[in-house]
Design a protein around this ligand. Sequence first.
Ligand code: 5RP
Length: 222
Amino acid sequence: MTQDELKAMVGQAALDHVVVGEIVGVGTGSTVNKFIDELALMKDRIAGAVSSSEASTARLKALGIPVFDCNDVGEIAVYIDGADEIDPRGHMIKGGGAALTREKIVAAQARRFVCIADESKLVDVLGRFPLPVEVIPMAAQRITRQFAAFNGEAILRMRGGAPLVTDNGQHILDVRGLMISDPLAFESEVSQWPGVVTVGVFAHQRAHVCLLGMATGVRTLD
Ligand code: 5RP
């Protein structure tokens, strides 16, 4: 099976975790796009969605799924999103699609986080994937030096010859060379650095369930 087919398989499997009659939290990325396409098939049985990015919002609306502002809804039952890496305890690296801040906000509003990913995303220790960190632009150089003290090499993410600008108007640093053996402590520490908007370690907002797409079918980690 191709990676695309594995993503489609878990996107479909995630429908079993959608709570009928309620608002669904929707993440961002190519795996989530598969989920959104499946969700459209049951749009009459959900109250709508809250979304973690302008891209997902546009896709949801194009398929006729109402999208609500987080401030207009209370706690949501489930948030479904992909990951760049996930460890066996459900800790993740996220933000490859630059949507990490809104992803963490929606995840914090949900009772359950269901991660959908192909098997290449499962790792023992987080850090092989360059860690995305959304930063206030004027702090980027100082945060780069702070990561150097952790042996991390932070590179400003570019798009079309200019720094990428997130949905929140900020920049992204991608940090290579980290081995994140204590994701909870690491997330807590880096989140406090002045100018860090969001660090792409999701340990406080870990996945409660992971649907992992494998050649043999969907493996559930919980
Ligand atoms: C976006 C994310 C995505 O969930 C992550 O990058 C995985 O994306 P994909 O499903 O395309 O592999 O965190 O900010």
